[in-house]
Design a protein around this ligand. Sequence first.
Ligand SMILES: [Zn+2]
Length: 245
Amino acid sequence: MIADPTLAVLTYSGLALLSAGFGAIPVALRQRLPPSWLGWANAVAAGLMLGVAYILMAAGLPRTPAIGATGAVLGIGFLYWTHGVAGTQELDLDRLGDPAPDYGYQLLLVNTLHAAPEGIAIGVAMTLSPWLGGFMALAIAVHNVPEAAVLAAVLKSRGLTLIQAAGAATATRVSQVLFAVTTFAVVAAAPGLAPWALGVAVGALLYLVMAELLPHCYRQAGHTSIALVAILAMGMVVLLAAGAP
Ligand SMILES: [Zn+2]
């Protein structure tokens, strides 16, 4: 256990960032990953994000539901607005071999935006309890692996080397670290902001799962298997969190 909580947030979210590097393993093993694998990988990530959102909701929102709900609207609104400005509202995250020049940059932008509320989830969880913060970081770290694998597979199919693709995929998680540390510092200094941060994280996570991840998954691997994989991943997180001290 790390005594200084800010250092703990930095360490945990930094380890979560590094874990994204494991996403290179499946990409290294296969010349080209089958589309159904990409669908299942994102379904695992989506399920883990649903589990994280559920735990944050259960941990904090019942105390101040109105503020939490307002925060959720802000989180969703922010993502919707940034995607609108960037023109990435309906971007497919998994077009293997798409040579469009802008597609690679758009993917990196969307993934960087995606990781930001996950950082908020880690940071705000840490203000609730060090155990919860560590657990959230672990869940996000595990989820970074399939998400990075999908991104690295797509980037590699566009001509990047494995190292470049995995490095770029891992680098999109820098926003996770920045938002985790910033959220923790701000909420620790002003605890009244905790329900707002919880709401933003929960709303944004749910929106990312429903608008960004699952629609593409369903097209790649079939509705039933995607739903079951996502629910199983969510259930694992919720069950493991039930063992909280
Ligand atoms: Zn994610």
